[in-house]
Design a protein around this ligand. Structure first.
Ligand code: C2E
Ligand code: MG
Ligand code: MG
Length: 626
């Protein structure tokens, strides 16, 4: 029994000691683990702290009450300030925060940390941090609410990345797209952007008037070619400087074409009449100032300008449309020496609309081959028809449209190339058809060539190809090139003309006397004939300056061994005077206007006042002997 009791007590003691021992071991283990865990947490916190303050990004955080509680070193540096207990509504005031544009203050509802605090995660929001006396930075921000393990919000954090240099590069690249490299002014796209900004910002000031000017330097191409491109560049820079000096600082100044400048003035006046008066006053002072002698090297130049302007009230009109309107006014100013300043009005707008409609109709007419060709005879002194000029005719909806109008529309739209080729093909087919008719086999056909056609790189080759493929006698095909057109690209034109003549085609200088008649050009050009413009032939026999000019043109042509055609002859008296001066070929309503090929007569009687036609079967004499 004793033994049993003894054993029982001993056993219990052992169990107790064991339990205490195990408990002690566990307690020790727990304490060690807790201690280790705390050490680990401390280590982690120190690590996080180092990370937080050494990262390149800026970090800010707020606590559960929305109070700022953390700015890492980078954020302190960028903001120039530490976390400060402030009402949330005052954060943007205290920390100099702006939208990406750098100027619009960031309202509290746009602050990324606050947005995240309210439960809207933020990804890549661009904001500007611009503390006084510190660098302005554009930062991309991500922000999120911080939640505890139960999903309860305990604060918010925002992480910011500095995008300033990427942004600066992007802006510089963007800027370049809007700048004219040569003058440093805005280019056309830049001006369009400024107009659009103005129109967009002007939604609330409907009753204000703004002004868009387009300025063209008269005869710039000629100056450029005569004086050299360096001087041309200096002229452009001088004009740009003079304009800048005249304009108020808020005006936008652009170079929008080779010799075309654009000026945009916002909110000139709230009164239309006053705005118009200001516009005219400014345009006149621009004319005067630019017209003052320009001392460039040995040359003392006086420039002349044409100005087209639009007066507009901000509306839904786009930049391109406004530029087109002012362009229309500029076109009128360029066309008329008497009015170098033209303000766009709605009648011009109607014209623009009409031109657009005609342009579309012309395209369709070309697709359907509805452009017809008539032929106006050219007679020699004996009244014998030696050649004809091919003239295009188009009658949309049966109403004839003047070639002056539709040719200029086609030049604007580029369709002139198709018209030119179509007329050339028809003229060649006509020459082929006449080849078997002895009374007409010797007739030549003159085809008019527009600037855009001649400027095309492959014009000469393409023309030669069409003529050769048609089987028409090449030397019967004459090309009429307008004199002033040659100035546009003299070197290219000279090369093209040489190539055409080397291949047997004849080249006539049309409308002679209307452009910049210059001996130097004529000597370089080597053409076959001059066609004296109607403006001059109409003055034949005036006993004054008209006769003197005509006489000098005729003797100039003789010196250069060129044939002379007098166009626009309307009376037998004119014909007599021109014949006496030495003209050998005549074209005009005195004989006939342009007629269909089948109606061409081959002989006119010069002895009668009406120059009545008669048909003869004799071979045709050579029209142009080069
Ligand atoms: P242009 O080449 O100088 O053609 C002569 C113009 O004067 C023609 O006008 C003709 O009808 C007109 N005319 C001829 N004799 C007289 C006259 O005695 N009195 C008056 N008042 N006018 C006369 P049209 O046919 O209206 O053509 C005008 C211009 O349009 C042409 O001037 C030419 O530059 C252009 N043109 C006509 N057809 C074509 C074409 O197929 N291609 C190109 N590129 N231009 C063309
Ligand atoms: Mg002609
Ligand atoms: Mg002509």
């Amino acid at each position: 029994m004793i033994d049993a009791e003894f054993i029982f007590k001993g056993g219990m003691t052992l169990v107790l000691v064991s339990v205490v021992l195990v408990a002690a071991i566990y307690a020790l283990g727990f304490l060690r683990a807790t201690f280790r865990h705390k050490r680990q947490l401390d280590k982690q916190a120190r690590f996080n702290n180092i990370l937080l303050h050494n990262m390149a990004a800026g970090v800010v955080a707020c606590d559960n009450n929305g109070e700022l509680c953390l700015f890492n070193d980078v954020a302190v540096d960028w903001h120039g300030a530490d976390a400060t207990r402030l009402p949330q509504a005052d954060w943007s005031k205290h920390y100099d925060l702006f939208e990406a544009d750098g100027t619009t203050p960031l309202t509290p509802d746009r602050i990324p940390l606050l947005r995240a605090f309210r439960g809207q995660p933020v990804r890549g929001q661009l904001i500007t941090i611009a503390p006084k006396h510190k660098l302005r930075r554009l930062v991309s921000t991500n922000a999120d609410a911080i939640l505890d393990s139960n999903g309860q919000r305990i604060g918010a954090v925002a992480v910011m990345h500095d995008m300033s240099s990427e942004w600066a590069t992007r802006q510089e690249l963007e800027q370049r797209a809007y700048i004219d490299e040569q003058t440093g002014l805005l280019n056309r796209a830049g001006l369009t952007r400024e107009i659009e900004k103005l129109v967009a910002s002007g939604a609330g000031w409907e009753w204000s008037w703004a002004v868009l000017f387009l300025i063209d330097i008269s005869g710039f191409r000629r100056l450029n070619q005569a004086l050299g491109y360096d001087i041309g560049d200096t002229i452009l820079a001088a004009v740009g400087n003079r304009l800048r000096g005249l304009l108020p600082p808020e005006a936008s100044l652009a170079r929008i074409g080779a010799d075309e400048f654009g000026v945009l003035l916002g909110q000139v006046s709230t009164n239309e009449g006053a705005a118009r008066a200001k516009l005219l006053a400014l345009a006149e002072s621009v004319q005067r100032t630019i017209g003052e002698p320009l001392d460039i090297g040995p040359n003392n130049l006086r420039l002349k300008l044409s100005i087209g302007a639009s007066l507009f009230s901000p509306s839904s009109m786009g930049g391109d449309e406004l530029l087109a309107q002012s362009g229309l006014a500029l076109g009128q100013a360029k066309a008329s020496e008497a009015t170098p300043i033209v303000i766009y009005d709605s009648a011009m707008r109607d014209l623009l609309i009409e031109r657009r409609a005609l342009s579309a109709a012309l395209e369709a007419a070309l697709d359907n081959d509805e452009i017809e060709v008539v032929y106006q005879p050219q007679c020699n002194r004996a009244g014998r028809v030696v050649g004809v000029e091919a003239l295009s005719r188009w009658a949309p909806d049966g109403v004839p449209c003047s070639p002056v109008q539709f040719i200029s529309i086609a030049e604007d739209s580029g369709e002139i190339i198709r018209i030119g080729q179509s007329v050339l093909r028809k003229a060649c087919a006509q020459l082929v058809a006449w080849a078997s008719d002895p009374s007409r086999a010797g007739l030549s056909i003159s085809v008019n060539v527009s600037a855009q056609e001649l400027e095309a790189e492959d014009f000469a080759l393409r023309t030669i190809e069409i003529v050769q493929q048609s089987g028409a006698p090449v030397d019967r095909l004459h090309l009429e090139i307008t004199e002033s057109l040659l100035l546009k690209n003299t070197e290219h034109s000279i090369k093209a003309i040489r190539q055409l003549r080397q291949n047997g085609l004849r080249v006539v200088l049309d409308d002679f006397g209307t452009g910049y008649s210059s001996l130097a050009y004529l000597a370089q050009l080597r053409v076959d004939a001059l066609k004296i413009d109607r403006g001059f032939t109409a003055r034949a026999g005036d006993g004054g300056r008209g006769d003197i000019l005509l006489q000098s043109i005729v003797s100039l042509a003789k010196q250069l061994d060129l044939q002379i055609v007098a166009e626009g002859i309307e009376s037998i008296e004119q014909l007599g005077h021109l014949e006496q001066m030495g003209c050998t070929l005549f074209q005009g309503f005195l004989f006939t206007p342009g007629v269909p090929a089948d109606d061409i007569k081959t002989q006119y009687s010069l002895s009668q006042p009406g120059c009545s036609p008669t048909n003869v079967a004799d071979p045709v004499p050579e029209p142009l002997s080069s």
